[in-house]
Design a protein around this ligand. Structure first.
Ligand code: DON
Length: 354
């Protein structure tokens, strides 16, 4: 296996990561009251808002963490879109870009307006429409046997949904299990990542906007097959749950040129190509925080992806991966304290890419 790129990490050998994280966890306290917890589903609205955790895993595999909630599992929500994108890129290669673009949307994460003027092709893989297209691609790959463009099947699907008889058991879970397994392999854990069934149920119950996006895209032929199945997978993917400590490990390959320094076989295990990692990181930098992506890049200077559960994953190429969690959100749906903590981390350590 090719060598890890340790030289950039060595240039930070003077930095005491642990004491910087400790200071941030202390200094952030007065800011934990700022912002509002996501309220679109009860499962998220009921989370204790006054929580904070931050973790950093370097590309040698050392993890540092601080804050009382560093080991508390939370709903990673849209951060899952990063891992799904890596999977879809590996499965589909360049063809994926026919379905989804690479431009910031400048709009809210669940907006539908651009889809109409842009032939149903979402601006990027991190707005909901784009993420649903990515999940559709994974779905099509693993479950093509159960998928169909057959109108009879579609009729059955509509009947199922309109009569509200749909039970989650009617869907197959191959694709969502592949996504779950991918995250577990990345983080090298079996226990620390799960799908919260209550969040998944809530997503489905209050998921009409996402359904609208998905069916609208299918009317343009951008997504194909059983859309109910794709949405089922998407709703469960949003309900993935883990702590910042685990998340910083799961995303480590994004800082390690696609390799997994946590894997035990000789050398590092290859998660994906260096090329895919560079592209995913670029997209995170430009589109990872919706219509506040510019603000995040300006303040933090790192590739990052937020989730409406209050988590953020940030990548310092060739150095390490950061994860932060605090449930209260700013107006674009990104963690208020989490963004501030990353801004401080970047400023205090000098890891800002620019
Ligand atoms: O799809 C949805 O609407 C939710 N699962 C929210 C996804 C999300 O995290 C958007 N981000 N900040």
């Amino acid at each position: 296996s090719s060598p890890l790129f340790l030289s950039r990490l060595s240039s930070f050998d003077h930095v005491d990561w642990q004491s910087i994280l400790n200071d941030i966890a202390t200094d952030i306290q007065p800011y934990l009251a700022k912002g509002k917890v996501a309220s679109y589903i009860p499962a998220l609205a009921n989370v204790d808002p006054h929580q904070f955790g931050i973790a950093f895993t370097d590309i040698r595999g050392n993890t540092y963490k601080a804050g009382p909630s560093a080991d508390t599992p939370f709903s990673i929500q849209s951060i899952s879109k990063v891992f799904a994108l890596v999977m879809a890129l590996d499965l589909e290669g360049e063809a994926l870009w026919k379905k989804v673009g690479r431009e910031p949307s400048g709009g809210r994460f669940n907006s539908i307006v651009q889809l109409e003027s842009e032939q149903g092709r979402p601006r990027n893989p991190f707005i909901n429409a784009g993420a649903i297209a990515v999940t559709n691609s994974i779905q099509q790959h693993y479950c093509s046997g159960s998928d169909s463009n057959n109108k009879e099947d579609d009729k059955k699907l509509y009947t199922r949904q309109y009569t509200h008889k749909t039970s989650p058991d009617e869907y197959n879970s191959i694709a969502i299990n592949k996504i779950l397994d991918f995250l577990k392999t990345c983080a090298q854990t079996d226990q620390d990542i799960r799908i919260d069934p209550e969040v998944a149920r809530s997503e489905a119950l209050f998921g009409d906007r996402n359904r609208a996006l998905a069916y609208f895209m299918r009317s343009y032929g951008v997504v194909q097959g059983d859309i109910g199945q794709t949405l089922h997978t998407y709703f469960h993917q949003c309900a993935l749950e883990m702590s910042v400590t685990t998340l910083s490990k799961a995303g480590l390959f994004l800082a390690a040129a696609g390799q997994n320094p946590l894997a035990e076989d000789d050398g590092a295990m290859l998660v994906t190509s260096h090329d895919h990692v560079d592209r995913v990181n670029s997209l995170m930098m430009l589109c990872g925080h919706y219509d506040m992506s510019g603000d995040f890049a300006f303040r933090v200077g790192l590739a990052g992806k937020s989730g409406v559960g209050g988590g953020i994953l940030a990548v310092v190429p060739d150095v390490g991966t950061l994860a932060v969690w605090s449930p209260r959100l700013n107006k674009a749906g990104n963690s208020y304290a989490g963004t501030l903590a990353l801004e401080w981390f970047s400023g205090r350590t000098g890891v800002n890419l620019f």
